[in-house]
Design a binder for this molecule. Structure first.
Ligand SMILES: C[S@@+](CC[C@H](N)C(=O)[O-])C[C@H]1O[C@@H](n2cnc3c(N)ncnc32)[C@H](O)[C@@H]1O
Length: 260
């Protein structure tokens, strides 16, 4: 085990996407160099390619890779503090992190607890997060001095192994979009609404599908507020040609909602 002074390591999000961007950037750079320095004419049959487009592509792919790396290593730890500050913590909450990975939000929440417990569930997919495994989450909890307030379980978010109304707060970051079928995402949001106590809060931060999440929460007795900047979200949507549409939802389950 590493020394107690090592900082927590929350892994790299979508590591294969990062790898593919680096491969694409390197390929575009090599093509640009070969045309620019006269090793290749840029001709394929009747088509002739100039070097500038490949240079722009290389810059785009490398800049995207750098952005992803910065976000995973620095940005997401800063972002978690901003996110978790949206909740007024008492300290005695039962908290659930859905798709907790290596414990970014789970541990951030545990730091705000005194007598409460933060539980994380995940299926530990390494294509979604580098080094994703329960041991890494527990090691991070130990490094952040909150191991006694953290529990983890291997469980699928579409069928949470908890009784109705078990949690005061449910949090989830960059996890639910990994369910590619709309029906699966609906099941996950219903499960979150089910395990929330009446009056409880959910904080959902994800890179796409927020309209679907909001609709399902509403159908399941919750009041939903989008709390991120719509302009920043639109900027990412334009920059990524529609691939990302990030949003943060603050959800409150109606205090009058039936427990069963
Ligand atoms: C990009 S990672 C984010 C991890 C963590 N929330 C964070 O912010 O660092 C997405 C996580 O969702 C988890 N995940 C994907 N599908 C899941 C499912 N059906 N049930 C539970 N977790 C799932 C992955 O294993 C991974 O840990």
């Amino acid at each position: 085990m590493s020394s107690t002074s090592s900082p927590a390591d929350y892994g790299i999000d979508a590591p294969y996407v990062l790898r593919n961007l680096l491969i694409a950037g390197t390929a575009a750079l090599l093509v640009w160099l070969s045309i620019a320095f006269g090793f290749w004419s840029g001709r394929i049959g009747p088509l002739r390619f100039g070097p500038t487009g490949f240079l722009i592509m290389a810059i785009f792919f490398f800049a995207s890779s750098a952005g992803m790396l910065w976000s995973s290593k620095i940005g997401k730890v800063r972002e978690r503090e901003k996110l978790l500050s949206k909740i007024s913590w008492r300290g005695d909450e039962q908290v659930l992190d859905v798709g907790c990975g290596r414990g970014l939000l789970l541990i951030g929440a545990a730091k705000r607890l005194t007598t409460g417990t933060a539980t994380g569930v995940d299926i530990w997919q390494t294509e979604d997060l580098s080094g994703n495994k329960p041991e890494a989450t527990l090691e991070n909890a130990r490094r952040e001095n909150v191991a006694e307030r953290v529990k983890i379980e291997t469980a699928d978010m579409r069928k949470l192994p908890f009784a109705n109304a078990s949690f005061d707060v449910v949090i989830s970051r960059a996890a639910i979009h990994n369910l590619y079928a709309a029906g699966d995402r609906t099941a996950a949001i219903r499960e979150i609404a089910r395990v929330l106590k009446p009056g409880g809060l959910a904080l959902i931060d994800d890179i796409r599908h927020f309209r679907q999440y909001a609709a399902i929460f509403t159908e399941n007795g919750c009041d939903v507020r989008r709390i991120n900047s719509a302009a920043v979200s639109m900027f990412w949507t334009i920059l990524t040609f529609g691939s990302l549409h990030p949003a943060t939802l603050l959800v409150r389950k109606s205090p009058d909602h039936q427990k069963s």
